[in-house]
Write a protein of this length. Structure first.
Length: 758
């Protein structure tokens, strides 16, 4: 079961809240800024000093201002309500007018109006030349021509450029004057109104008022001239367009008359007469075709009757003939006589033969007369056909003529419509031309001056205040930025939160620094002499955290290491061992740093006895090499300086089975075995020992060891699955550490460390 990180160094609840929420904790930022308050104060002081120096060099400035109000962009002069109404100016229009007030064209008008090119305030060329730095401070230095030529040939001195032409010089001077006028100009729109304040700042109060009034006046003049120019341009364009449309209308009307005359000449009559004549011919054609059809039917019927030997008397056309009727009467009388005579005489009787012969002759004559009637009907039919054919040809001719006349008439109508449209457009443009010409005399500006600028009576005080305020703000920003930058550039561990975030390991404790430049033996002396000191209390808390890393099976062999030397590793090992011994648990401290043995000096133990290397090579027994710290009774198994002659590789010794057997023997005899090993990044001893211990404690020097170094050392141990229980921050400056936090155990412990502890 793992214990929560040990809170004996500044580790606040606010830090945890910040990490959980993932936001910016204002109190953390405030604490960081409070730590750097002197840096911020120095930056503000320096900035204020520079600002005060700048203010002391300033020439008094005066500001004069004129006010201009805007009306509507366009108003109809014929509408009295629109003329007197107070319209609103849009934001876009107001921004446009502000740009116009700063335009080069308007400023040049003001320059010409006030002849500012003759004023030394705006034209630096009229001022006496200012001496250069060399002329002012180093007048005695004069380089000979040979040196100047040599420096120019080597590229150390750039040759002077050729002088510009007079036109370029004049234009540059003009642009400089424009820039100076624009820099002094201040345009302030009055809130919730259509008023703009045109202000100008200058060292001359009379000049400031003149420029402000000239800006307002020239702005209105430019508006009027712009509108008049636009109106004149519109009038000229409309005049040209009206003349073009007039010519076009006249040309089109003449073309219509010519086309109409040509149509009448080609047709010989108008389209209306042609259409009336065509209707008459169509009626006559219809009548002729009807007669032709009727007579053809009659002729066919009569021919069929004659060819079929039909009784002529039954046919209406034949029956209507007087000749045929006479012949029929004669036929009837002869038949009566033949019938009467046939009753008395025979057929061969001469009288009967004569009557039959007369009957045949009457019938022959009647048939001839019928054929004459049929021929008459045929003649009438042929005449009707001829008449119909002639009428058809006439109708076709008239239809072709009507079609041609209609096409020409359509073209003529299209020309008339175009002429009408051109005439209407001409009338509209003519009316617009008259309105534009009338409006030219009624043109007025969209703005007017409501308050002219007056000569200011007092200089501006706001500029000095503004410079000082700006200086203080810039110094504050610079100081805050410097503090934040210094804090961000810090690459060391200052709080358990950093350790946990970067390494992913809990912090088992934090050991405060015992004093400035104290030797390690003096730290041990102070620890033994002052058991109630803050260092002693921190060590006891650290020991408790180590034992609670596994409640069910507390670690019995604990290895202490660090990334690099001088991180308090050996001193912490001794303190941990002494504390455990003082609390009644049998403890032994094993010095595994065979290359640089230091336990004898730290504990002030006689170094004449053999050490652990003698035990490893079999020249001594455990009781012979065991040392005891007299005041605490702590058993120490350490290397001796005199064992340097023993040619044993420390890595081979630590990885040997004999060393493992030694640890097993010590584990059976002592409650706690503490092993002090060399730094993990210096030699491989720490990695070797970490394989045979229950837990590893990693030392980190507070506000000293870089992140990358610690990460690399931990990585070395993790590569072999070392049982790292956690880390310990050593040599903490409690007074300084309280500045890195604002609440929590670490803060209050550092603040009230003298309340219970001596």
């Amino acid at each position: 079961m793992q214990q929560a990180p040990f809170g004996s160094v500044p580790h606040s609840r606010a830090d945890q809240d910040t990490e959980d929420e993932g936001g910016i904790n204002i109190r953390v930022v405030a604490a960081t800024l409070w730590r750097g308050k002197w840096i911020i104060a120095i930056c503000v002081l320096l900035s204020l000093t520079l600002a005060f120096f700048r203010v002391s060099q300033q020439v008094p400035s005066y500001r004069a201002a004129a006010k201009v109000i805007f009306d509507l962009e366009r108003r109809n002069i014929t509408d009295i309500e629109e003329v007197i109404s107070t319209g609103r100016v849009s934001r876009e229009r107001l921004r446009n007018e502000l740009e116009v007030l700063q335009s080069t064209a308007l400023i040049e008008r003001v320059i010409d109006d006030l002849e500012l090119e003759k004023n030394p305030v705006f034209n630096p060329s009229l001022r006496p030349p200012e001496p250069s730095f060399r002329q002012t401070y180093l007048p005695w230095i004069t380089l000979p021509p040979e040196v100047n030529e040599l420096a120019s040939s080597m590229g150390l001195i750039s040759p002077a450029p050729p002088p510009p032409d007079p036109e370029t010089i004049a234009r540059r001077q003009r642009l400089n004057i424009i820039v100076r006028v624009r820099n002094g100009l201040q345009l302030v729109p009055i809130r919730n109104s259509t008023i703009i304040e045109i202000g100008f700042v200058s060292s001359n109060p009379q000049l400031a008022a003149k420029v402000a009034n000239a800006m307002a006046d020239q702005y209105i003049v430019e508006q009027l001239e712009g509108k008049l120019e636009a109106t004149r341009s519109a009038t000229d364009w409309l005049s040209t367009r009206v003349q073009e449309l007039q010519d076009k209308v006249e040309t089109t009307e003449n073309e219509i008359l010519s086309v109409r005359a040509q149509i009448a000449k080609d047709a010989g009559q108008s389209l209306e007469i042609t259409r009336v004549r065509l209707a008459e011919l169509n009626a006559a054609l219809s009548d002729a075709q009807s007669r032709e059809f009727s007579q053809s039917a009659q002729y066919n019927r009569l021919v069929s009757a004659l060819e079929g030997r039909a009784d002529i008397g039954t046919i209406p056309e034949f029956r209507a003939s007087a000749i045929i009727s006479g012949f029929r009467q004669d036929e009837s009388e002869l038949m009566s006589r033949i019938a009467a005579l046939g009753a008395s005489v025979g057929e061969d009787h001469p009288s009967m033969q004569r009557l039959n012969a007369q009957l045949l002759d009457v019938r022959r004559k009647m048939l001839d007369e019928a054929q004459k009637l049929v021929e008459a009907v045929r003649v009438e039919r042929d005449a009707a056909q001829t008449e119909a054919l002639a009428l058809i040809n006439n109708v076709r001719d008239l239809e072709q003529k009507a079609l041609l006349q209609s096409t020409a008439e359509i073209q003529l109508q299209q020309m008339e419509r175009q002429a009408q449209a051109s005439k209407l457009l001409y009338e509209n443009f003519l009316g617009r031309l008259q309105e534009t010409a009338q409006q030219e005399s009624l043109t007025s500006a969209d703005a007017r001056v409501i308050t002219p600028a007056e000569v200011p009576r007092s200089a501006l005080a706001q500029s000095r205040k503004r410079v000082l305020t700006t200086g203080a703000i810039m110094g504050l920003i610079l100081g805050v930025g410097a503090v934040i930058l210094i804090n961000k550039l810090n690459n060391t561990f200052r709080s358990p939160a950093q350790v946990e975030e970067i390494l992913g390991l809990p912090v088992l404790g934090g050991l405060p620094a015992a004093g400035h430049k104290l030797a390690r033996k003096d730290v041990i002396e102070m620890f033994l002499e002052k058991p109630t000191s803050s260092l002693a209390e921190a060590v006891r808390n650290f020991r408790t955290s180590v034992l609670l890393t596994n409640i069910d099976k507390p670690p019995q062999t604990v290895m202490v290491t660090s990334s690099i030397p001088s991180e308090g590793k050996s001193t912490t090992s001794v303190l941990l061992a002494l504390t455990s011994q003082q609390m009644g648990r049998s403890t032994i401290l094993v010095d595994c740093d065979f290359r640089l043995p230091s336990m004898a000096k730290i504990l002030k133990i006689d170094a004449d006895k053999p050490g652990i290397l003698s035990l490893m090579n079999g020249t001594a027994e455990l009781d012979d090499v065991m040392s005891v710290e007299p005041r605490s009774g702590l058993h120490v198994l350490m290397a001796r300086p005199q064992e340097a002659a023993i040619t044993l590789n420390p890595a081979d010794v630590l990885s040997s089975q004999k060393f493992k057997d030694l640890l097993d023997d010590l584990r059976s005899k002592y409650d706690l075995v503490i092993l002090d090993t060399p730094p993990a990044l210096v030699v491989s001893d720490a990695r070797i020992v970490s394989k045979v211990v229950d837990t590893v404690v990693y030392m980190i020097k507070w506000d000293s060891t870089p992140h990358g170094v610690v990460k690399e050392g931990v990585k070395e141990l993790r590569s072999i699955d070392a049982p790292i229980a956690g880390t310990v921050l050593t040599m903490i400056d409690e007074e300084k550490a309280t500045k890195y936090s604002y609440e929590g155990y670490g803060y209050h412990r550092g603040r009230y460390r003298d309340y219970y502890l001596d």
